[in-house]
Every structure is written in C-alpha cells, then in structure tokens.
Design a protein around this ligand. Structure first.
Ligand code: C5P
Length: 258
C-alpha cells in the first residue's frame, strides 16, 4: 500500500510542500494507454515494486471495465481514473460516487460542465470519503490541448484566447471545491503563478531527452515540469513503447531529481 496521493483534504500549501518531498515514484503516473486488461496488467507486473500510480483512461476502461481497476489496486498501486466526466450535475455526482466506490485515488471532470456540475462532483467526492472510503482527489480538465486556437474560436465558439480560458476554467474549478487540474507541462508555470500553491497540477506531455516526442507538440523534461510547479507527472509512451519499460521508468525517475 502506498501513501495516499493526496489525503482527505484539498491540496493546500502544506499538502504541496509535503508532496514535493516525496520520492519521484510517488509523483509519476504511468498512463495505461493499452487496449485491454491483459496488456495493462502485464505492464503493471513489469513495473511491480517501482511504479505506484497508474492512469486508466477511456480506452482501457471501456474495454476492461472496473475489474481492471480492482486488479491494479490488488497489486498495491493507486489508480487515477481519467474519464473526464461531463454531464448534468446529478449524473456526474453519481459517476464520482461510483469512482469513489472503486477506491480510485484521483479522477477527472470537465470544468466546462460549469459551476453546478463541479460543485456536485466535489460534494460527491467528499461524501465518498464520509462513507468510510477514501475521498478521491478531484481534478478539472480545462481546454483539451488538442484544440487549436482557431478550432476553439470557430468550431467551439470560445470567446477568450485559449490561455485565458484555461485560467478561467481552472479558477472556476478551484472555486467549486476541486483539488486541482490537469494541464500541459507548458501551462503549469502560468497556472501555478496565477493560482498559487493551493491547487494541484497534474501534467502530461513529459518527455525525457532520450524519448521520442510522438504526437506531443509541446513537451517538457521531467525535471523541468516539476520545477514549473507540477505536482504529478503523467507519462505514457516513453515507458510503454520502450524496449524495456522497467529500465525506461527507472531512468525517468532518476531524471526527476535536481
Ligand atoms: O504517451 P504520452 O506520454 O504522450 O501520454 C500522455 C498521456 O497523457 C495520455 O494518456 C494522454 O491521454 C494524456 N494527456 C495528454 N495531453 C493532454 C492531456 C492528457 O497527453 N493535454
């Protein structure tokens, strides 16, 4: 059993300070971007004793369901359920309760669902804690980084420039009681500066110098992302696609330090 990624309280200043003292293995989340439970658990077994946190997204979850979460938890690791809930408040609250029932450590909702939806999610997460289970850390997704400025304006109809919209939604989420946000490593510094210490930042788009960029346009090395204010890093292909995922993950952990 590993330390609770962020215990029953919001990621306050003291919370972040203690987080930054934790070993890199408790701050790097391996994205299980694989098609089925067999592939996910094969990877978890290869990283046994080393990786403590895994992200389960909609690809794997739609194929493998809650059972894969139980199987990862049975291996002593924590789960970040990244299903980006976005629906009416009652439905999102139900989904958050279900996730809390699976004992996930972290989960995501879309901040674009609005204040009422975010507040309902935060209340449901807190109730998960009250029922004897752990209160999951609730993270907002702001603007998908795959969206270009032009698509945001012309297709989605966003009036604000993207960086302002990201900040606006992160503030909305914080005001509604969420614990933090998922943000690209490149956005981390601006968000940290604007939002202060009282907000968790989970950042994908991490690439050590030795890894391919894949389809990530804007990347940061692990050490740079942590220095920019990231609390947790999400890493997929640099580990998953490596000839030896365990060696790649070990190497990545050594690159989180000063
Ligand atoms: O393979 P890679 O390290 O690029 O994987 C990054 C993970 O982070 C994937 O699971 C992807 O869905 C997620 N992600 C991302 N960029 C975002 C948000 C999430 O790459 N802006």
């Amino acid at each position: 059993m590993v330390a609770d990624p962020e215990p029953r309280r919001r990621g306050g200043a003291a919370g972040r300070a203690s987080l930054t003292r934790r070993p890199p293995a408790e701050r790097v989340i391996v994205a299980l971007d694989v098609p089925d439970a067999a592939a996910a658990l094969h990877l978890a077994d290869r990283l046994a004793g080393l990786a403590r946190l895994y992200k389960v997204g909609s690809h794997l979850f739609t194929a493998a369901g809650p059972e894969v979460i139980r199987a990862v938890r049975a291996r002593g690791a924590e789960v970040f359920l990244d299903l980006k809930f976005h629906d009416i408040p009652a439905v999102v609250a139900g989904a958050v309760r279900s996730a809390a029932g699976l004992d996930v450590a972290m989960l995501t909702v879309h901040a674009a669902g609005g204040r009422a939806m975010l507040a309902a999610a935060a209340e449901a997460a807190a109730a998960g804690g009250r029922d004897g289970g752990r209160r999951p850390t609730l993270l907002a997704v702001t603007v998908l980084t795959s969206l270009t400025a032009e698509a945001a304006r012309e297709e989605v109809g966003l009036a604000r420039p993207l960086p302002e919209q990201v900040l606006h939604l992160a503030r909305l989420a914080r005001g509604a009681g969420l614990d933090g946000a998922v943000a690209s490593a490149q956005e981390a510094r601006a968000l940290r500066e604007a939002l202060g210490e009282d907000f968790l930042l989970v950042t994908p788009g991490i690439r050590p110098a030795w890894a391919a960029r894949d389809d990530q346009a804007r990347v940061l090395a692990p050490r740079e992302a942590l220095a920019a204010g990231a609390d947790y890093l999400v890493v997929g292909r640099p580990v998953l696609a490596a000839p030896d995922p365990r060696a790649a993950f070990e190497r990545l952990l050594t690159e989180c330090g000063p």
